[in-house]
Each structure stands twice: as structure tokens, then as C-alpha cells.
Design a protein around this ligand. Sequence first.
Ligand SMILES: NC(=O)c1ccc[n+]([C@@H]2O[C@H](COP(=O)([O-])OP(=O)(O)OC[C@H]3O[C@@H](n4cnc5c(N)ncnc54)[C@H](OP(=O)(O)O)[C@@H]3O)[C@@H](O)[C@H]2O)c1
Length: 260
Amino acid sequence: MVNLDLTGRVAIVTGGSQGIGQGIALCLADHGADIVIASRTAGKVQAACAQVRAKGRRALGVPTDVTNIDAMRALVDRTQAEFGRIDILINNAGGTAPGARQTLLNVTEEGFQETFDMNVKSVMFLSQFVAPIMQAQGKGAIVHVSSIAGRHNELSRTGFAVYGAAKAAVDVLTRSMAAEWGPTVRVNAVLPGMIDNGRATPSRAPERMQARMATVALHRMGVVDEIATVVTFLCSDAASYVTGSCYDVDGGNTSLHAAI
Ligand SMILES: NC(=O)c1ccc[n+]([C@@H]2O[C@H](COP(=O)([O-])OP(=O)(O)OC[C@H]3O[C@@H](n4cnc5c(N)ncnc54)[C@H](OP(=O)(O)O)[C@@H]3O)[C@@H](O)[C@H]2O)c1
């Protein structure tokens, strides 16, 4: 039988208050984990905690900006004080700053910095703070939510080069962390394709969407649960021999792109 049981394990999920992160937090809770939700907006953090508690798990909300090093340290300290252990870290918070969502000639220094802080600095230092705790416990699993935008330019399009560069850096960190922190800590990444995070955007006009979905083998966007299940597997003992891997969960977009 596949063992996905996470009973008694404590998981920090950054950006766990909505979208993919919320889906991951709830899926981990469904499999027995207690959850720490860490994102900036206190009201949304508490609402997500209530959903975790409704599943019978313990939840701690720590409003956190993952671009801020002191806030990341405080998140780890609060979790230790409340639960006394950290078994799972999901580095999910990320995205593109407006100043980076530009053609390359128009990218601003501020947008570049913000995007790298949000996606790369957060992954680097939160993992650095948590790994020694996992090593002292003898076991731990870290999963970064990266993106296929770091692999190729198919769905990522003009305006996403800086974001793609940041996510490519996350993939490199995944392999290096796995090498340095094995055999105790397993570190993997999931690379979503285009996922419906529950927020429609104006760029998702039907004709544009149709053209973009033609580049996806499964001809549709993914849903949050399709990312959450892969992340949950990677956190579980069922993935005990998986580390340093970057998993595309993109409906076949990368494979079609590579085949051309
Ligand atoms: N959706 C997609 O199609 C897609 C595709 C590939 C990769 N991804 C990646 O998947 C991850 C989640 O994406 P999503 O679509 O679910 O995003 P989302 O719906 O915009 O949610 C982002 C979450 O992160 C939090 N957050 C943002 N900035 C933060 C910060 N500085 N510190 C702490 N928390 C922060 C947000 O809450 P607050 O604003 O309250 O802080 C929110 O909870 C991201 O890393 C993204 O790059 C998404």
C-alpha cells in the first residue's frame, strides 16, 4: 500500500492562504499533518487556519513576508515554540512583481529585486533556517513550488523572463540543497504549468486561452489539487528515495515544447 500518512508531522506552507498554497495546506492536513500558514495578509491567514482546523488538525497562522529575513526567522521560531518540531517546509509563496512583468528593455531594478526576493531569497533562507532543525530530528522534506517558466518560454511569454530566471534559480537550489542536506533532508521541486488558482485574469481571453491550450498535451489548465497531490506525495514516506528532483506538473506542456 502507498504510505501517504503524515500524522503527527508539522508543515509550514508559505503563501498557504490562497491558490496553490492553500490547496497544498489542505491536502497535507487531509493526510494528517498539522499546518503553519505563512503569508502577509492576517485575515486570509486566519481564514485558511480555520479550514485546517475544520479537518481536525492543529493550525498556526503566522503573518509573514517571505522577502524579509527577520520575518522568516520569526516564522521558524514561532513554529518551534508552538509545535516543537518542523517536518515539512513548502516554499510556495512567489510570483512576479509589476516592474519585472515587462519586456526586457523595460524591466526595473525594483521589479527585478522584488521578484528575486519573493521567489529565490525566500527559498534560500527559509530552507537554511529549517534544514538544521530537520537534521537534528533525523528527517525532513522540503518542496519548492517552482514553475515551468524556468524551463522554457512556451507558456511564460514576453514579460515573464525575470520570473523564469528566478524559478530556474530555485531549480538549481533544489539540486544543491538535496546534495548538501542528504541523507537526512529530502529536497524536491514541483514545476506547475498553467494552473487555475481561482482568480480569473484579463489575459485569459477565450481566443488567447485556446491558442495557449494547444501547447498543452491535455488541452486544459490544471487545478490546484493536481499540484497538491504531487507535493503531498513528495512530502510522504512514499517518496523516501526521491530527492533533488524537479517535477513538471504541466499537462504535458514541457514535453510538447521539447518535442518541437
Ligand atoms: N498559478 C499558476 O499558474 C502558477 C504556475 C506556475 C507556478 N506557480 C507558482 O505557484 C506559487 C503559488 O501561485 P498561486 O497562483 O497560487 O499564487 P496566488 O494565488 O497569487 O497566491 C500567492 C500566495 O502567496 C502569498 N504571498 C505573496 N507574496 C508573499 C510574500 N512576500 N510573503 C509571504 N506570502 C506571500 C499570498 O498571500 P498575501 O498576498 O496575503 O501575502 C498568497 O497566499 C507561486 O510560487 C507561483 O510562482 C503558479
